[in-house]
Design a protein around this ligand. Structure first.
Ligand code: LLP
Length: 404
């Protein structure tokens, strides 16, 4: 079910901006992920950072997936939303002592450690509590993920992971730590990866070499975590509503040979939640500038910062025009125009899309900013003291007969 006439009529009665979640698509995505991952014997930890809406987390955790967290608060929140502590991973380059201690007390499954110093700290904090911590070591494999430079994580110039020159001291350190147990190796090379077979093929081959190197030193690498990063189709969300989990898992299964007892883990975030979310907004004003026409929306960069922060593309649709045109021919007849679609925030970078061809638009028209389910609501701020856009779920519209 995509956004249809019934939804648009209901949207007309709700204050904008808000995040709309298509729960049918979300459930279809999660169940597809569950069946493909279990068929390929791959363990999934949902990357909580992509979207922390409780309803979504509760549904994901009900499948028995683990949680990949990057702060003490995410760890505690994930557990409160039904993720089992032993299936919860705490990753990130900068964990505070307080966060490490609270996660140790919760009994989380693994700390994905990113530096030698962090391993020493986790070891000594675990010792202070009389506990043993499971640790996976994040390796920087120096691989170009062919993605935006702000979401590339696996190159030596990035702050993430431990690089090759520290492998020998790492082996020596692991031998000395009495309160940690080596769980495995962790790799994550970036986000919004679309060259799936090529990039993950390379990551798997590099991971294999590195795992072999550590095993040759006598370490047991029981778990190999390949991170997240699977891309979604921002250009055509209706054409490709569900990410290509199948190619992702097929590549991993064929390019990463496992020895008996070894398990592969992945941590998808974006691919689970991006396409089910839409930021719904209204046109406040249509302004004719000297050289362009501006469509000024009531949603701004504080609601969804991706375009301003990364120059990210999100498809923009005029839902009111879709409603008023009974057929594509009518839509053409009503005319279209090129707009710079912008937000209300006092920053010149508050632009949803420059030079976008849209149906001729008017004050009050309902505008959809698509593929906003990942890194949307979670990255919102109250800049300019604007209100936070709330979530509206398709289930609730349906329960109200689509007529709120
Ligand atoms: N695991 C680790 C260690 C990560 O750093 C990330 C994302 C994930 C998993 C999930 O990756 P995903 O499946 O979502 O690609 N705010 C940016 C994305 C930042 C991603 C950071 N790390 C954006 O809006 O594009």
């Amino acid at each position: 079910m995509a956004i249809d006439r019934r939804h648009i009529l209901a949207f007309g009665k709700i204050d904008t901006p808000f995040y709309f979640y298509d729960m049918d698509l979300f459930r279809r995505t999660v169940s597809g992920l569950a069946s493909l991952s279990s068929r390929n014997g791959i363990k999934v930890h949902y990357a909580v950072k992509a979207n922390t809406e409780e309803r979504l987390l509760r549904h994901i955790s009900s499948y028995g997936f683990g949680a990949d967290c990057v702060s003490g608060n995410e760890v505690e929140y994930a557990v409160s939303c039904g993720f089992r502590p032993e299936n919860t991973v705490f990753a990130g380059v900068g964990k505070s002592d307080r966060e490490i201690l609270s996660s140790l007390k919760l009994g989380i499954g693994t700390f994905n450690c990113e530096s030698l110093q962090e391993i020493e700290v986790v070891d000594s904090l675990a010792a202070s509590l009389g506990l043993t911590a499971n640790v996976s070591v994040r390796i920087n494999p120096d691989i170009d993920a062919h993605t935006h430079k702000y979401v590339t994580t696996g190159l030596y110039e990035n702050k993430f992971g431990i690089s090759r020159h520290e492998f020998e001291p790492l082996v020596e350190l692991l031998g000395r730590c009495g309160s940690i147990r080596l769980h495995g190796l962790h790799f994550h090379i970036g986000s919004q990866i679309t060259d799936v077979a090529e990039v993950y093929g390379l990551e798997c081959r590099r991971a294999s070499e590195i795992v072999r190197w550590f095993e040759d030193k006598g370490l047991v690498i029981a778990n190999i975590d390949l991170g997240g990063g699977l891309g979604v189709d921002y250009d055509d969300p209706d054409g490709n509503p569900v990410a290509d989990f199948s190619t992702w898992f097929r590549t991993i299964s064929s390019e990463l040979p496992l020895r008996p007892g070894q398990t592969v883990h992945v941590e998808p975030g974006r691919s689970v939640v991006a396409q089910c979310g839409t930021l719904v907004s209204r046109v406040l004003f249509v302004k004719s500038g000297e050289t362009k026409t501006f469509l000024i929306l009531d949603a701004g960069m504080n609601d969804l910062i991706r375009p301003a922060l990364y120059g990210a593309y999100h498809k923009i649709e005029n839902l009111s025009a879709m409603l008023s045109s009974e057929s594509p021919a009518d839509a053409d007849a009503s005319g279209s125009q090129i707009y710079d679609v912008v937000g209300p925030v006092c920053e010149s970078s508050d632009v949803w899309g420059a030079g976008r061809l849209l149906p001729r638009s008017s004050r009050g028209d309902i505008i959809a900013i698509r593929s906003a389910g990942a890194y949307g609501q979670v990255m919102a701020s109250r800049y300019n003291l604007r209100d936070l856009a709330p979530a509206v779920y398709s289930d609730d519209l349906a329960a109200a007969g689509g007529d709120l």
